[in-house]
Design a protein around this ligand. Structure first.
Ligand code: BES
Ligand code: ZN
Length: 594
């Protein structure tokens, strides 16, 4: 037996699933998906032991698809991270097996929203988030990125609701009165973590022939405007990596409890509504998710231990797209904001330095707990180091060759290194790849990004205690990134008067731009500045994006009044949080002083 992924029961020596045929009914009353999946095998069929991943699934029945002959199954012990292994013994020449099952209302890969948690307030909403290892809470499957599958699906939902998936739409099937069945087809083989489904009152708006934005009717106008430049992003990304291979690039704006900024579900990127700033200032997330169409979805990390291959390259690409479209200064500010995130992650993992390596070892560690800015920002800096060592032109050629060579494959850091060595003999040694990949922290000679704008902002912020203040004209002309960097660089021990000054001059508490707002709220709540408490309560009661929830609960932890607020908000809001968000908040509060 050969298990290659510490987070999956997938066994390399067993038959591999080629495609899934999903037939699921979305039951909002019971908060479950219920139905069948057929796992289709390649060629003339397979035989032997097959281990699948499941978590929280109730398996009703397993049978050979062609003959309906029942197949006995064994469910293993529950592992808190992996879930339960489902072992089957497949008879000779089996072309497909079908599992009848239902999900658990607690499935971590799903969030069931009440109408009150949506913009429209009338219909319920459901969305999935399968990365890193939650596909197994939706479907019994080989939940390892190496076992790629194509899929088709029939999703039955109550009348009045629309289903979208990480797949192409394939029309409607007939359904019982009161229900509608949406059909989907994903012909390209994807890793299981890219399975995605959302159901709600949805409307679509084209922003170009191959780009459509989906959102609730109440949000669609704003969303279509915010992401109107996406087609230009696709063009630039094709310039970097080669042709876009997924037909359409559509996006779905979710309700605010969505735990991430964005998720690169193929053909249907999922986005947080906190990006709807009204000025297109947060579209770097779209550039990022789009770039994953190549780095991540086309060439995929084999397991979470190689996550930097996905995120490091994608952050690099995101900033390159922004450089071309918004200028070098914009790119530079992106790197500066990233540096701050990187420093904070290095600090957060001071006691677990092995999690600051690029190539990680995650046996016994939940990938959601290992998540940080390290694979993103350290990874992207490693890509820059490679690029600088060979020059931009040679690196551009390398990227296209890399995509071409590994397209529709899921690879390890070691496979990546072998490929680099073949393309550029000696390069890995020259850039000290060993240290980048296998040592904790940031190499001493890691690329640093400096620019005059950045230096001015930093000096101004650091000079706060000496009485330095931004001028009227600076206050008026800073863009989102500039203001964000200024706030990030301010000392953390401001006084009440300092906070009053900032809020009076910058109207921070009322901002609708979440990057600015949350940076400010964290700063002010951290010193117990009570005028922001109501706004913090509001944000923590509605927004589930972990990037915002974590620092706000952390900031509240610094004062007794803050801790009281945190506990009060959590007690009320926790039942409506996404499972992942709830875990993050609980984790932060567990470290509170008293
Ligand atoms: N693929 C990630 C989100 C993710 C990672 C979900 C790991 C679950 C496990 C996505 O592409 C991402 O990185 N999102 C960022 C965007 C940012 C870096 C521009 C986010 O959500 O903030
Ligand atoms: Zn990403």
């Amino acid at each position: 037996m050969t298990r290659i992924d510490p987070h999956s029961y997938f066994d390399d020596s067993q038959p591999r699933t080629q495609s899934w045929h999903l037939r699921l009914r979305v039951d909002f009353d019971r908060k479950v998906l219920e139905g069948e999946v057929t796992l289709v095998f390649p060629g003339t069929g397979v035989a032997g032991t097959l281990d699948l991943d499941t978590k929280g699934l109730a398996i009703h029945r397993v049978y050979v698809t062609a003959t309906a002959a029942p197949l006995p199954f064994e469910l293993g012990e529950e592992d808190p991270i992996l879930g339960r292994r489902l072992r089957l013994h497949i008879p000779p020449n089996t072309m497909g097996i079908t599992l009848a099952y239902e999900t658990s209302p607690e499935a971590l890969g799903l969030q069931w929203l009440s109408p009150q948690q949506t913009a429209g307030g009338k219909q319920p909403f459901l969305f999935s988030q399968c990365q890193a290892i939650h596909a197994r809470t939706l479907v019994p499957c080989q939940d390892c990125a190496v076992a790629r599958v194509s899929y088709d699906a029939e999703i039955t939902v109550p009348d009045g609701l629309t289903a979208v998936m990480s797949a192409g739409p394939d029309g409607l099937a007939s359904a019982a009165p009161g229900w509608r069945t949406f059909k989907f087809k994903m012909p390209q083989p994807i890793p299981s973590y890219l399975l995605a489904l959302a159901v709600g009152e949805l409307e679509g708006r084209d922003v170009s022939p191959r780009v459509r934005v989906w959102a609730e009717p109440a949000t669609i106008e704003k969303a279509a405007w915010e992401f109107a430049e996406t087609e230009a992003f696709v063009g630039k990304a094709e310039g970097l990596f080669g042709p876009y291979d997924w037909d359409r690039y559509d996006m779905l704006v979710l309700p605010p409890s969505f735990p991430y900024g964005g998720m690169e579900n193929p053909r249907m990127t999922f986005l947080t509504p906190t990006l709807l700033a009204g000025d297109r200032s947060l579209v770097d997330v779209v550039a990022h998710e789009l770039a994953h169409s190549w780095t991540g979805n086309l060439v995929t990390n084999a397991t979470a231990e190689h996550f930097w291959l996905n995120e490091g390259f994608t952050v690099w690409a995101e900033r390159r797209i922004l450089r071309v479209l918004h200028g070098e200064a914009a790119e530079m500010l992106g790197w500066a904001i990233g540096q701050k995130a990187l420093d904070e992650s290095l600090e957060r993992f001071a006691e677990q330095p092995e999690l600051t390596k690029l190539r990680t070892h995650l046996e016994g560690i939940d990938p959601d707990d290992a998540f940080s800015s390290i694979p993103y920002e350290k990874g992207a800096r490693f890509v820059v180091a490679l690029e600088r060592a060979v020059g931009e032109a040679a690196f551009a050629g390398f990227l296209k060759a890399y995509m071409q060579h590994f397209r529709f494959q899921s690879i390890t850091t070691e496979q990546f290194c072998t490929f680099v060595e073949a393309q550029f003999p000696g390069l890995l040694t020259r850039v000290n790849a060993e240290v980048w990949l296998h040592e904790p922290g940031l190499p001493a000679d890691a690329p640093r990004f400096v620019s005059p704008v950045l230096e001015t902002l930093t000096a101004l912020a650091k000079g706060w205690p000496e009485g330095l203040r931004p001028s009227e004209s600076q206050l008026q002309t800073w863009n989102t990134s500039e203001l964000l960097i200024y706030l990030q660089q301010l000392p953390r021990d401001l006084s009440t008067e300092d906070c009053q000054w900032l809020d009076a001059h910058l109207a921070l508490t009322q901002r609708g731009n979440f990057e600015i707002l949350v940076e400010w709220l964290g700063l002010a709540a951290g010193i117990g500045f009570t005028p922001v408490f109501e706004r913090v309560r509001q944000v923590l009661s509605t927004v589930g994006r972990m990037k915002y929830v974590r620092p706000l609960y952390q900031a509240l932890g610094k004062t007794p009044a803050g801790r009281a607020l945190a506990r009060e908000v959590f007690a009320t809001a926790a039942p409506s949080y996404h499972g992942l968000t709830r875990r993050v908040a609980e984790g932060v509060m567990a470290k509170y002083a008293e």
